[in-house]
Design a binder for this molecule. Structure first.
Ligand code: PMT
Length: 397
């Protein structure tokens, strides 16, 4: 699985750096080509000589070699890599990655990397559970980076708890698992809609809904991870997507519809996950509407984007939709599937605990055109996305 893969191994200043030598050895044994990039403090914990002896390549640490002036291009390195693994990753490096503090070769390489990035934190348990570290890790995850969770056990500080860098064998297993999913969507163009739409009433107010975008973004990331060229059409959300994904931000249903119609012509697969407002105010007030007794706002229907695409869908295109229900779930979902000419519909219900808007988890049932149901248990939205992407692959002709 790792044979011939170009791996950048980033090493930072943690006592767990000693494990990086073994990780390097295992990567080489698996047939990977490894380039070590080490931070200045990483070199305090493990010598570049050990590492370059293992990889057969000079270790990169500075922006240039002082005595020759040879420049080390972080951009070229970033493009060379099939994966970048940062193991061990200290709290300091994680914070710099999350905020783009590009003051060493490892961070500039990270910022230039086009390949998937895997981060194996290593630190004391209190540092690991500190809200600042947790928030930085969440930020990195939202950029599409993969966090290889640390294990629990005895720490160098003498304390016991979560913070030990994952064992090299398990990091290898994580990478093999990642690459084994294969790039089965290579060459496919996928469009995903995500998030809510906002329909303006006046410069201050709008009609919207509670969609966070998490479900749609997870689907876009999973298609991209499997090699698809992904266009994400996103309503207003607070999320980042990885640089592998092309993204167009829109606000209203009309804007989303215009972009989706154009993109759909170039698309093989479209998954309509956005929670589109069905109605918009008939009139927009250029000035803030003053409080003055009862207020009636006349609403007019927005375009049904999925149904519009259903009309222009070509024979070889796959169009999937979602159904967000509160009651009579299956019956409503099936009627949307037919009305919008979808190839399948993903039903999720607000009646299910920890599902739908805003949660990190979701519980779905996929219903096909012939009425067959695939029911899934409550899962993390990233896992739900895997199920949807896998299901879609069965429909590709
Ligand atoms: O974003 P999260 O917080 O992670 O929450 C995820 C989610 C609950 C928003 C998502 O899982 C979901 O259910 N998305 C669809 C929400 C919705 O609008 O459902 P609906 O049953 O009203 O619409 C049916 C389908 O038609 C959907 O594919 C929708 O994108 C599409 N639609 C709806 C109205 C409209 N005017 N145009 C459309 O294209």
């Amino acid at each position: 699985m790792l044979k011939g893969k170009h791996i950048i191994l980033g090493i930072t200043g943690s006592i767990a750096a000693y494990k990086a030598a073994y990780l390097t050895r295992l990567l080489i044994k698996k047939g990977a080509e490894v380039q070590i990039v080490i931070t200045p403090s990483g070199k305090e914990f493990i010598t570049p000589v050990t590492l370059s002896a293992l990889t057969g390549k000079p270790v990169v640490s500075e922006f240039f070699t002082a005595n020759t002036g040879e420049w080390h291009s972080h951009v070229d390195l970033g493009l060379w890599a099939d994966a970048m693994v940062i193991a061990p990753a200290t709290a300091s490096t994680i914070a710099k990655m999350a905020t783009g503090v590009a003051d060493n070769m490892l961070i500039t390489t990270y910022l230039s990397a086009k390949a998937p990035v895997f981060i194996a934190p290593a630190m004391d348990l209190d540092m690991y559970r500190h809200p600042s570290t947790q928030s930085n890790l969440k930020t990195l995850q939202s950029y599409g980076n993969y966090i290889i969770e640390p294990a629990s056990g005895f720490l160098a500080s003498g304390l016991e708890g979560k913070g030990r860098m994952e064992e090299p064998e398990n990091i290898i297993a994580y990478l093999e698992n990642y690459f084994s999913a294969g790039l089965s969507y290579a060459g496919k163009k996928v469009m995903v809609t995500a998030g809510p739409t906002y329909e303006k009433i006046d410069p201050v107010r709008f009609i919207g809904n509670h969609s966070s975008g998490k479900m749609g973004y997870a689907i876009a990331e999973e298609f991209a991870r499997r090699g698809a060229d992904v266009m994400l059409i996103s309503g207003p959300v607070n999320l980042q997507c990885s640089s592998r994904i092309r993204r167009i931000d829109v606000v209203s249903a009309k804007e989303m519809c215009a972009v989706a119609k154009e993109e759909f012509l170039k698309t093989d697969i479209a998954v309509m996950c956005a929670a589109v407002a069905d109605y918009a105010p008939k009139d927009y007030s250029e000035t803030k509407i003053k409080r003055n007794g009862d207020l009636t706002i006349e609403l007019v229907p927005n375009p049904d984007i999925a149904a519009t695409l259903g009309v222009i869908k070509r024979e070889n295109q796959i169009l999937a939709g979602f159904a967000l229900e509160t009651n009579d779930e299956e019956q409503n979902a099936k009627s949307k599937l037919v009305k919008k000419n979808l190839d399948y519909i993903v039903l999720n219900s607000l009646a299910d605990k920890d599902s739908c808007f805003g949660y990190d988890t979701n519980k779905i049932t996929i219903i096909s055109q012939n009425g067959q149901k695939a029911e899934y248990p409550l899962k993390d939205k990233k896992e739900v996305a895997k199920d949807i992407v896998e299901y879609t692959s069965l429909l590709i002709k």
